[in-house]
Design a protein around this ligand. Structure first.
Ligand SMILES: *Cc1c(COP(=O)(O)O)cnc(C)c1O
Length: 384
């Protein structure tokens, strides 16, 4: 029997054709396809600007740099995420301060965030990096209110949530990454995410200043823009004005991204349909806790995460039956590296308890109805 993973990419003939055409063009590294991908992606999330980069981690790192994160600056994030959400702070020499998650949404707990902020004078914390865990978007408006009170910037880690939105108090849909609430929003195009380019990432913003800074930092801090040069010796002349990186995306990856993006909404609808099927199958089954989503949120379902008493046994049981479920995540503050920086077990009780019980079931657009029925049958067989 074919193994069923927890997530996988969907590559069509059109995707392959788009990549081939770009390979036959004049541009392999950053070229016109990158610009087109940026424009299309900005349109998709309703933002003014988008900057394509080599992966989601690079997106987070460049974002932290663009906001001038300095050594010893204190930045808050959630422990229930992939390590990169915290690591980007460390790349700049900053301190990561973890804030526990809400027991129902698994997102940063805004009450606890407020409590944490009140323990220090204003200015002590520079920024916050919320994560749209599993595809559940943060309520950007509520978080922005707190951030403004305490003078924080926001980098939203939306690697799980392209296409997600919440409905604000005025009944307006607020898409993740629209740039209205977070200064910068980061996305990943790793194959298990909604849109795949192999490796790849994107940053969106409404700030022209941040946009230009990101462009500079993406290419070594080098510019050829005549308006920005200190001197100009001729056509060959460029200046390295800051210490940047090579975080560029290739044009053939961008071509794949453009093609994938045209199916993003279709994929979202299919993911939400798969989530509905799981919800229906598991509602009222004692021993399984399904994800709780508030009415005003359009969840993007990068992951479908259940909680069970015997997670270890269920994981192994499914594996023996060719279903490769996964655990998201071992809380980041308990990684040996972050323990060496002073974090310990017991610091984040909600996230730590969640980790003991959570399991991500197969969730990707090409999961067939038969495969999902098989997965549901195996989970039911185990809990009974
Ligand atoms: C995937 C992911 C990243 C990193 O993205 P890469 O493209 O793999 O570097 C960062 N944060 C979260 C929450 C992710 O899921």
């Amino acid at each position: 029997m074919k193994p069923i993973p927890y997530g996988r990419q969907h590559i069509t003939d059109e995707d392959i054709q788009a990549v081939i055409e770009t390979l036959q063009s004049d541009f392999l590294t950053q070229g016109p396809k990158v610009l087109e991908f940026e424009k299309n992606f900005a349109h998709y999330v309703n933002a003014r600007y988008a900057v394509a980069v080599s992966n989601g981690t690079a997106a987070l790192h460049l974002s932290a740099m663009a906001l001038n994160l300095q050594p010893e600056d204190n930045v808050i994030t959630t422990p229930l995420t992939f390590a990169a959400s915290a690591n980007c702070v460390r790349y700049c020499g900053g301190n990561v301060v973890f804030c526990d998650v809400d027991a129902d949404s698994y997102l940063l707990d805004l009450k606890k965030l407020r409590q944490l902020l009140e323990t220090k004078p204003k200015g002590y914390y520079k920024g916050v990096i919320p994560v749209d865990y599993a595809g559940y978007p943060i309520h950007g408006k509520n978080l922005r209110k707190i951030a403004d009170e305490y003078g924080l910037w926001i980098i939203e880690d939306a690697c799980h949530s392209p296409g997600a939105y919440f409905v604000d108090g005025q009944g307006e849909k607020q898409l993740t990454g629209s740039g209205k609430f977070a200064e910068l929003t980061c996305f990943s195009f790793h194959p298990v995410k909604h849109i795949a380019t192999g490796e790849g990432g994107m940053i969106t913003t409404n700030s022209k200043e941040l946009y230009e800074r990101l462009l500079l930092l993406r290419t070594h801090g080098i510019t050829k823009d005549p308006d920005k040069l200190h001197e100009n010796h001729g056509g060959w002349y460029y200046e390295m004005q800051e210490l940047g990186y090579n975080y560029r995306l290739t044009d053939f990856q961008a071509a794949l991204g453009i093609s994938q993006l045209t199916r993003a909404n279709e994929g979202l609808i299919r993911r939400r349909n798969i989530a509905d099927n799981y919800n229906k199958a598991f509602e009222n089954v004692s021993g399984i806790i399904t994800p709780k989503v508030e009415n005003d949120f359009y969840h993007a379902y990068h992951l479908y995460v259940i909680r069970v008493e015997n997670r270890f046994e269920l994981y192994n049981y499914l594996k023996a039956n060719h279903i490769f479920a996964q655990v998201h995540y071992e809380p980041v503050h308990l990684q040996p590296y972050y323990q060496r920086l002073g974090n310990k077990a017991g610091d984040m009780p909600v996230a730590e308890n969640f980790y003991k019980h959570c399991l991500s079931l197969p969730m990707y657009p090409t999961l067939t109805e038969e495969e999902q029925e098989y997965v549901i049958g195996q989970v039911m067989g185990f809990v009974k």
